[in-house]
Design a protein around this ligand. Structure first.
Ligand code: GLN
Length: 483
């Protein structure tokens, strides 16, 4: 049995039929990590002892007839999500020695089924970036081409799943961080509706935009995992107490009658021709599967990026003020309190983090607030209205995920605008709060993966899983990197 061929679903079946034990799955995952992670660097921390213990407990539960869908399944957690007792660096030097004192709600929910946490994965510092090059602990490599980035900020989680080190991984998504790396690494990436899953225990980036995400090998696996994560939480007042449907019940092979809109603004100049071609082939597949596909318009879509790069930095400047050298992590003493703050933050934060704190502080300061932050929030209303109007007519919207495939290291580090442009197709979902799913749609002639993005109305995640699963079955790609 090849561990890299397993999915959450197939491994759970093997466990249920006693064809494998959780301990064996743990050992296979660990072996794979030992084999490839020197090259990939998806992991910042491997929780060997704890994972072994969890696997033993999982076997006991299964033996007692108390196994669930995720019992004994090895997975990885992005290092900006709190797992009690484990490091949570958020990819930053400022939290290098920080250990989480409680479990994030999504971790708590998942652990009720006793899956096995293999470790914590790499990310761009605090989630700011598109390549993991902004991690304070060195970049992750793309399993399809080690000279290229895995995307970001959840690049470690995407690469760990693509390289077959774990069966699924958790990410976060503030502007595309679970979807863009999924596209670049040839895996499934999912971001829920804002308010569908708890943010409690996610190290905050932009609190009005953040959501936990899932990276998986199949749409079905993403649905199985998210089923457990979804729902309201007393610790996060932005979650809604809406019943969570049974997502697996929506996994059908066709999309008959579904109305799919294709926004013309997403097929702009600057998108790589092969990316466009692969996404268009995917869209044609929807038509073959019975969907009604129409070109449509999201007139304000292209303003989402400008609004995002004001709203997010403003929230960053507030959220990251907590790193003062006193309460968390790194503490560099100064002659007085103010100098202590200055030294800690100067030494602890990387360049991109500092840049965004400055932009955010400026854009929300007296005298500039009206021109920048207030404007951006007004643009946000227009973007929300675009989506609301579109979803009166369409069940789903389909777009590219990213204008380019995985790029070479260093290609977008000199000019931050080049990196920000990577987010052009993903940020509108966070700005509007709607859910999105990225499904691998093909490989370019260079062998690089391209993912197609599906967008649904608020709290209609089941439609994403439905259409995504149908597309995946029809394309039948079975992507696997050569490692
Ligand atoms: N690329 C986006 C950014 O740099 C992604 C943010 C995120 O989703 N964490 O802001």
């Amino acid at each position: 049995m090849d561990f890299t061929d397993l999915t959450v679903k197939s491994a759970a079946e093997l466990l249920a039929h006693k064809k494998i034990s959780a301990k064996e799955l743990f050992e296979m995952s660990l072996k794979r990590i030992r084999q490839v992670d020197d090259k990939i660097h998806a992991f910042l921390y491997v929780a060997q002892e704890q994972a072994k213990q969890q696997a033993v407990e999982a076997d006991q539960l299964i033996a007692d007839g108390e196994g669930f869908a995720l019992t004994g399944i090895p997975y990885a957690v992005k290092d900006n999500i709190l797992v009690k007792g484990m490091q949570a660096t958020a990819g930053s030097k400022i939290l290098e020695n920080y250990k989480a004192t409680y479990d994030a709600t999504v971790i708590k929910k998942l652990q009720l089924e006793n899956p096995v946490i293999m470790g914590k994965t790499n990310l761009d510092e605090f989630g700011m970036g598109v390549s993991t090059e902004n991690s304070a602990f060195g970049p992750t490599k793309n399993p399809y081409d080690l000279t290229r980035v895995p995307g970001g900020s959840s690049g470690g989680s995407a690469a760990a799943v693509a390289a077959g080190e774990v069966l699924f991984a958790l990410g976060t998504d503030t502007g595309g961080s679970s979807r863009q790396p999924a596209s670049l690494c040839g895996v499934v990436g999912f971001k829920p509706t804002y308010g569908r899953a708890s943010r409690y225990g996610l190290i905050p980036l932009g609190s009005s935009l953040d959501q936990p995400g899932v990276l998986a090998k199949t749409v079905e696996d993403a649905a199985i995992v998210f089923q457990i994560m979804a729902g309201s939480d007393v610790h996060d007042s932005t979650t809604l107490p809406k019943p969570v449907p049974d997502y697996s019940a929506f996994l059908k092979p066709d999309v008959k009658g579904l109305r799919v809109g294709v926004p013309k603004e997403y097929f702009i100049e600057g998108i790589q021709p092969e990316v466009r071609q692969i996404v268009e082939q995917g869209i044609a597949k929807f038509q073959d599967l019975g969907a009604i596909v129409e070109e449509m318009s999201l007139p304000n879509a292209m303003h989402a990026l400008s609004a995002y790069y004001i709203i997010l930095p403003v929230e960053i400047s507030a959220n990251l003020s907590r790193y003062d050298g006193i309460r968390y992590g790194l503490s560099v003493p100064g002659k007085n309190l103010e100098e202590g703050y200055f030294q800690t933050r100067s030494q602890g934060f990387g360049a991109e983090v500092k840049r965004r704190i400055m932009i955010g502080t400026y854009a929300s300061s007296a005298g500039y607030y009206d021109a920048y932050y207030k404007k951006a929030k007004q643009v946000q209303v227009l973007i929300k209205q675009d989506f609301a109007r579109a979803f009166e007519r369409y069940d789903l919207i389909v777009t590219p995920t990213s204008p380019s495939t995985a790029f070479k290291f260093g290609e977008k580090t000199a000019d931050p605008i080049q990196a920000y442009l990577e987010d052009i197709f993903t940020v509108a979902l966070n700005i509007a709060g709607v859910p999105g799913l990225v499904v691998p749609a093909g490989l370019t002639s260079q062998g690089l993966p391209v993912g197609l993005q599906i967008i649904a109305p608020h709290f209609a995640e089941e439609k994403l899983f439905w259409a995504g699963h149908a597309l995946e079955q029809a394309l039948n790609l079975k992507l696997k990197p050569n490692l």
